[in-house]
Design a protein around this ligand. Structure first.
Ligand code: DX5
Ligand code: ZN
Length: 226
């Protein structure tokens, strides 16, 4: 795995640990590392912004102790600015906040950076129009387009978000990255790539498979053929 996915312009696959077996988290992380994923995506849910509760700073810190890989933290929480310092302290490399949770995305992105966040991302739900994030594009390092309604892994990919990805990608600088999350697997990942996505978040299509390395190789192979 890499400690800095921004240093590559090749497609990057991020394993979302939401579908991992938490009773043996470091073994799960080692397995997807050897299997060839590029970095880890951590889905933090508060049972308020989304109807599910996952984990918080303690599991983030435990993950940090298990790997030197880039930790991409997806904050599905109503008060991202309130809790961000705890995740930074726990070893987050990137923090992504939902535009639906803040009154002003520009201010939120600047505040996260002031708090010490190394890489700031903004994300939007499938139903949220891109106008909500466009003013903040200069302030962020990456944009995450949700391709499911956030809350759970294993949901069906929503191809209707692809035009949003295309429109956002056109506006990004070469140093910025476009990420997609939700329902990505061997049959859908190519559509995301064709829409300009750089980083692909995958939970169930890796962790629900017996042979994780083979699953990752199949995803990689789909990305390598235009
Ligand atoms: C959805 C999460 C995703 C999720 C993806 O709320 O943000 O990161 O873990 O799961 P899959 O890949 O199974 O759709
Ligand atoms: Zn996520």
């Amino acid at each position: 795995m890499t400690s800095n996915p921004f240093s590559s312009t090749s497609p990057q696959i991020a394993a979302s640990i939401l579908s991992a077996d938490f009773s043996k988290l470091s073994a799960e992380i080692a397995e997807v590392d050897h299997g060839g994923v590029d970095f880890l995506h951590l889905d933090v849910m508060d049972g308020h912004f989304v109807p599910n509760i996952s984990f918080g700073p303690a599991i983030t810190a435990a993950t940090r102790r298990s790997t030197t890989a880039f930790l991409d933290i997806h904050l599905m929480i109503s008060e991202p600015l309130r809790y961000a310092p705890q995740f930074i302290k726990a070893g987050a490399d990137g923090l992504t906040f939902h535009c639906e949770t803040v009154p002003d995305c520009i201010k939120a992105a600047r505040e996260l950076r002031q708090q010490g966040c190394k890489h700031v991302g903004v994300t939007l739900n499938p139903a949220t129009p891109i106008d909500r994030i466009l003013p903040a594009l200069d302030e962020v390092d990456h944009v995450l387009v949700m391709s499911v309604v956030p809350g759970f892994s294993g949901q069906k990919f929503m191809p209707e978000v692809l035009p949003k990805a295309v429109a956002i990608k056109k506006r990004l600088r070469s140093t910025q990255r476009l990420e997609m999350d939700g329902g990505l697997h061997a049959e859908t990942i190519r559509q995301a790539a064709d829409a300009g996505v750089d980083w692909f978040v995958v939970a169930s299509a890796i962790f629900d498979e017996k042979d994780r390395a083979a699953a990752i190789a199949t995803l990689r192979q789909r990305l390598s053929h235009a």
